[in-house]
Design a protein around this ligand. Structure first.
Ligand SMILES: Cc1cc2nc3c(=O)[nH]c(=O)nc-3n(C[C@H](O)[C@H](O)[C@H](O)COP(=O)(O)OP(=O)(O)OC[C@H]3O[C@@H](n4cnc5c(N)ncnc54)[C@H](O)[C@@H]3O)c2cc1C
Length: 370
């Protein structure tokens, strides 16, 4: 019997396995891919996510600095090609990491702390506390952690489909030398797509340019043509670059973090901010919270209280506030507010860097104290 089986070795699964093993709980982590593996992602790591990693002890500041390609403090917000505002933050930087190296590092941390890690092993069936894998293994578990990403096999098999439409992100990486004007900080271009945006996130040698929508009527081909327009406006031929797409989850309508002996973390739980698309920090936080719940004998109630104050609460708030930024009725007002005053671009930075909650931000903007 394996006390804890973690399916998925992304940030959610590795953080969970690391914390469990560090507390002396025996756990096995399986991932369908061989590592290092890549993940379609802009690689923006919020200050909040960096704080979670460093404060937990899974990574030191020096190690995170080594994994960081670039640290950004400046954000430019655009209404399509019209500059609304640029904001430079004194603190709460956003780091750009490469998911290949970052995820591999966290998985190694989990293994070094005593978790058993098997890569190249896919979970293919689940039946009364037994998981069967692609190589024919049968693994009996006491607790199962589904950290297997947006299309989570664990979630679908144990709880059915999430009942929510997934979003989509499409991106490419270009050498910095091929791009003009986008390398001075983070850039976000609204209104190319409904309920989504285009981004340009410069790293050390390359820049990630992408487009994403969540809970939007936009189709994959709408997302692709928005990205193509954006690139071609800058004289970059879209067909010369490899584009990679991946789904972006929304919260399930019920049992977001699982039920009974089965826990769901990260994208499998739908823990992605519906305004910014941030998911790495929420994956790490949910992995830690689940580990704590298992260490304390399956205390789901405390876990949910903590999650509601943290990742789960933030994602729920983002589901509400996204309509203020993106809905047809309010988006023009939102764009004019962002243009009119730095207060709003500062608020946006605070949200994406994770230094302020949506509710706090909204209250401050209403009272104009922030
Ligand atoms: C285009 C795009 C850009 C994004 N940009 C950002 C960003 O800049 N910043 C940010 O914070 N977030 C971003 N996100 C979101 C972020 O990538 C995810 O939220 C994050 O990767 C979630 O981590 P996870 O561990 O839950 O899942 P994942 O990182 O997806 O890991 C899941 C793991 O499970 C494994 N797996 C899947 N099925 C099985 C199975 N049946 N058996 C065994 N293993 C399995 C997979 O191989 C994978 O390694 C972006 C997402 C997209 C699509």
């Amino acid at each position: 019997m394996t006390p804890v089986l973690v399916v998925g070795g992304g940030p959610a699964g590795s953080s969970c396995a690391w914390k469990l093993a560090s507390a002396g709980v025996r756990c096995l982590l399986i991932d369908k891919d061989e590592f290092p593996r890549d993940k379609v992602c802009g690689g923006a790591l919020s200050s909040r996510a960096a704080g979670l990693l460093i404060n937990s002890g899974i990574i030191s500041t020096a190690e995170l600095d080594r994994l960081t390609e670039k640290t950004h403090r400046t954000l430019s917000l655009w209404n399509r090609e019209d500059l609304l505002n640029s904001y430079t933050s004194d603190n709460h930087p956003i780091r750009i990491i490469s998911r290949m190296g970052f995820d591999n590092f966290l998985l190694e941390k989990a293994a070094n702390s005593g978790a058993e890690v098997i890569t190249g092993e896919t979970a293919v069936s689940i039946d009364s506390s037994i998981i069967r894998t692609s190589s024919g293994r049968s693994i009996r578990y006491s607790y199962l952690v589904g950290a297997d990403g947006c299309s989570s096999f664990v979630r679908k098999t144990c709880f059915g489909r999430s009942g929510r439409k997934t979003g989509i992100g499409l991106e490419c990486f270009l050498p910095l030398s091929e791009v003009n004007n986008l390398t001075d900080g983070l850039h976000i271009h609204f209104r190319y797509l409904p309920y989504g945006y285009l981004w340009a996130f410069p790293g050390r040698e390359k820049i990630c340019i992408g487009a994403g929508v969540v809970g939007s009527k936009a189709s994959p081909s709408d997302v692709a043509s928005a990205l193509k327009d954006f690139l071609e406006t800058r004289g970059i031929s879209a067909s010369k670059h490899v584009m990679k797409a991946a789904s972006i989850p929304s919260l399930s309508l019920h049992k977001s973090m699982g039920a009974g002996q089965i826990f769901l973390a990260g994208d499998a739980a739908g823990l992605v901010d519906q305004v910014s698309g941030e998911g790495i920090g929420h994956a790490i936080e949910s992995g830690f919270l689940i580990a704590d719940a298992i260490i304390s004998g399956g205390d789901r109630k405390t876990m949910l209280i903590r999650a509601n104050k943290g990742c789960l609460g933030t994602v729920r708030q983002s589901e509400f506030y996204r309509h203020l930024l993106f809905s047809r009725l309010t988006e023009k007002l939102a764009m004019s507010k962002l243009k009119e005053s730095e207060t709003f671009s500062r608020a946006y930075w605070n949200l994406i860097s994770g230094s302020q909650s949506y509710n706090d931000m909204f209250l401050r903007l209403l009272t104009r104290s922030g």
